[in-house]
Each structure stands twice: as structure tokens, then as C-alpha cells.
Design a protein around this ligand. Structure first.
Ligand code: DSN
Length: 417
């Protein structure tokens, strides 16, 4: 947002709320693993006049006139993401990751068909077959999970489930899994029963793009992602696939599941993909991983238990059961101290999703802000202070002062356009 604001006089109510949100993002340590700070370029394209344009269809084949520049921007976004992931074909129209997954499912599953996805309570995602989501309502979903002792994906269980249920599709991917995912293993298991593989890399897209996590492109039949997490673009989704399957994906994205694409968001995606193709983005992804590792070490040496005993990516899942604290209380007290994260179920949790026994922390947003290992050690100590003094208001106030100091040293000026 710019200081030369139109809204300031035209709509002071909205202006005030937007400025308050700027301030919230500036004055707190944002540690929600799926959030990030986008660049000025991404923000500028998001607020462009392409928001005015209807462009149902695809470049060169639209239902409306006046799509010359919509075609140009969508083609550019497609070219860039194909280059970024070395993919044969891409659809950049999904409004979200869930929409991307929906288009894949709609493109070759029928109601009642069987597929296998990761258990939401073991780190999977809502759109991978949860009964409260479309993905669980219309299909016969079988869930795999992690083992109780290692908290790593139980590939043996997945193999057995595949043999028993003969799914048409197996989904690899998670929203709270701190370890490397073995996409080749998923391919092997799927091939043994003739299933297709969907790899949902929403969380790890940035590090897949830079080779800091093994890629599923060329291994899975479909790769879906969101563009706003480690990829650091606007809110939205993408499907990558091969030349053989892209026709059906395109058809089931539009008109199958969506109407007009959000062209301003597609422009913004093009900007983000361009940024991700630059060498600095690779440095950024490596720093995300280093920072998460240092945070994990700090928390574990302070006596906290991490799901799977650490992290290999951008996120950490703390199991608070040995502390006798709920995820809800921990996340709320951390927020009071200026550290924003989310309560999160841990594998084999006995508490409801509104309470949970854990919290999830991520390093992408603070890494964008410029924090490195030394600062992440400090952040880890502040988190330990809160967890170890959960009922002590003075301790929370002291942590808040420490957070203020860090926030002042790492301003978010780059947010403004
Ligand atoms: N929601 C994503 C996350 O926070 O991981 C889920 O949709």
C-alpha cells in the first residue's frame, strides 16, 4: 500500500483496516508456515486493472473479446512456471490449491471412485479426502498416515492399503509434515496397482523449484501447488502435468470447476514466477531450510518435543503433550507475545482440531524479512520463554519487548508499493 492513498480520503474505514493489517504484519513475528510476505511487484500486479477483465477460456481461445493482454499475461505465466519446474504443461488458473486438486480429481475420477490420501490428522490436507470437504464427500477415500514411533510416512502401510483397495489415485503431499517426501516411492506403489499419482507440493513449492527438495515433476502424473507459501506469490494455485493430460485438466478447470480466471492474480503469479527464476530465490530457499533447522535445534535443546524429531524443510511441529499445554493455549499466548503461529493437531492427537496438542511454526515469512540463523536462535529462545511461562504475564510482556526489538531491526518496507 502506498502513502499516496486514494482510499485514505475515499473510504477511510477500509483504509484504516488496511493500515492496521500492515502494522500487524510489521509488528509481529509471522511464523505461520503457509504464509509469506510478497514483493512490491507481486502486490502491484495483484492490484492492476486486469481485475476488470473477464477471460473465460485459455490464451487464443476465449469466450470474450478484448483478451489480447489477458492472453499475453497468461501465456507468460505458463511459460515461466514451466521453465521454473521443468514441466511439460501448466494451468495457472486455479483460484487456490483446493481448486487445483478439485480439477485433477474431476478430470478422471467418478463419484464413488476410490483414492488414497494422507490423513489430515497426521499432517495431510483438507482437500485430500477429509469428510468435511468436497474431496471426501463424493469419493471413497482411504487414508494413510505416519508411524507412531518415527512420525514418518508409513510407506509399508500405504503399500498394503493400495493392494487392498486398488485406488485410481494416490495423493502425495501434506500441510504439516516436516520431512522430505519420497515421490519415487509413491510412484512405485501407484504403479503396482495401476493408479495415478497427484503430488500436492503447496508447502514446499519454493524449495522444489530450486532443487532443495526432490521434485515430483516427471514422477507424478499431476503436480498441484499454491503460489503463496514458499513460492512467495499471490494467493492462488497451479496444476503441472504432461502434454497428454493437460487437455483434460484445462477442461475440468474451466468450465469444469471454475468460471472466469482472476487475471490480476495470474499477472501477479507471472511476477512471482519471474522472481523465483532468479538466483536470489535459490539463496532464499536455502536460508528458509537453515533457519528452520536452527529453530528446531534451539527448541529441542530447550526441552520441547518435535514431531519426527526435527525438520528437513521449512516447518516444525511441536508436540506439547509432555508440557501439559494445549496447542490452542500456546498459540494464543504466543500471539500475545507478538509471535503468530497456528495450533495444529499432532499425529495420534487425542484433542479436537479446535484445541489440539501442538503448534506449527514456519520460517518462510521471517526469512523473507531478513532473519538468519542468529535471529532464529533468539526467536527460539523467546518461544521457549512463552511455553515455559505460559501463565506468567510478566514473562509474556518481556518476550513482547524482545519481539518488538527484532521487528524494529527487520522492517517490512518492501511490502509497500
Ligand atoms: N492451509 C494451509 C496451511 O496452512 O497449511 C492449508 O490450506
Amino acid at each position: 500500500m502506498t502513502e499516496k492513498s486514494y482510499l485514505k480520503t475515499a473510504d477511510p474505514d477500509v483504509y484504516r483496516i488496511l493500515r492496521s493489517e500492515d502494522k500487524r504484519q510489521e509488528d509481529n513475528l509471522i511464523m505461520i508456515a503457509s504464509e509469506n510476505y510478497v514483493s512490491q511487484g507481486v502486490l502491484e500486479a495483484s492490484s492492476s486493472t486486469l481485475t476488470n477483465k473477464y477471460a473465460e477460456g485459455y490464451p487464443g481461445k476465449r469466450y470474450y473479446n478484448g483478451c489480447l493482454h489477458a492472453d499475453e499475461i497468461e501465456s507468460l505465466a505458463i511459460d515461466r512456471i514451466k521453465k521454473l519446474f521443468n514441466a511439460e504443461a501448466a494451468n495457472v488458473q486455479p483460484h487456490s490449491g483446493a481448486q487445483a486438486n478439485m480439477a485433477v480429481m474431476m478430470s478422471f475420477l467418478n463419484a464413488g471412485d476410490t483414492y488414497i490420501g494422507m490423513n489430515l490428522s497426521h499432517g495431510g490436507h483438507l482437500s485430500h479426502g477429509s469428510p468435511v470437504n468436497f474431496s471426501g464427500r463424493f469419493f471413497n477415500v482411504v487414508a494413510y498416515g505416519v508411524t507412531e514411533d518415527t512420525n514418518l510416512i508409513d510407506y509399508d502401510e500405504l503399500y498394503k492399503l493400495a493392494k487392498e483397495h486398488r485406488p485410481k489415485l494416490i495423493i502425495a503431499g501434506a500441510s504439516a509434515y516436516p520431512r522430505i517426501i519420497d515421490f519415487n516411492k509413491f510412484r512405485e506403489i501407484a504403479d503396482s496397482v495401476g493408479a495415478k499419482v497427484l503430488a500436492d507440493i503447496a508447502h514446499i513449492a519454493g524449495m522444489v523449484a530450486t532443487g532443495d527438495h526432490p521434485t515430483p515433476v516427471g514422477v507424478a502424473d499431476y503436480v498441484t501447488m499454491t503460489t503463496h507459501k514458499t513460492l512467495r506469490g499471490p494467493r492462488g494455485g497451479v496444476v503441472l502435468t504432461n502434454n497428454e493430460l493437460i487437455g483434460d485438466i484445462n477442461k475440468f478447470m474451466f468450465p469444469g470447476t471454475q468460471g472466469g480466471p482472476l487475471m490480476h492474480t495470474i499477472a501477479s503469479k507471472a511476477v512471482a514466477f519471474g522472481e523465483a527464476l532468479k538466483p536470489e530465490f535459490s539463496v532464499y530457499q536455502k536460508q528458509i531450510i537453515k533457519n528452520a533447522a536452527v529453530l528446531a535445534e534451539t527448541l529441542m535443546s530447550g526441552g520441547l518435543k518435535l514431531v519426527s524429531g526435527g525438520t528437513e524443510n521449512h516447518l516444525i511441529l511441536i508436540d506439547l503433550r509432555n508440557k501439559g499445554i494445549t496447542g490452542k493455549d500456546a498459540a494464543n499466548r504466543l500471539e500475545e507475545a507478538g509471535i503468530t503461529c497456528n495450533k495444529n493437531g499432532v499425529p495420534f492427537d487425542d484433542k479436537s482440531p479446535f484445541v489440539t496438542s501442538g503448534i506449527r511454526l514456519g520460517s518462510p515469512a521471517l526469512t523473507t524479512r531478513g532473519l538468519k540463523e542468529e535471529e532464529f536462535r533468539r526467536v527460539g529462545s523467546l518461544i521457549l520463554e512463552v511455553i515455559n511461562n505460559i501463565n506468567n504475564d510478566d514473562a509474556i510482556k518481556k518476550v513482547r519487548a524482545g519481539v518488538d526489538e527484532i521487528c524494529r531491526s527487520f522492517p517490512t518496507d518492501f511490502l509497500r508499493i
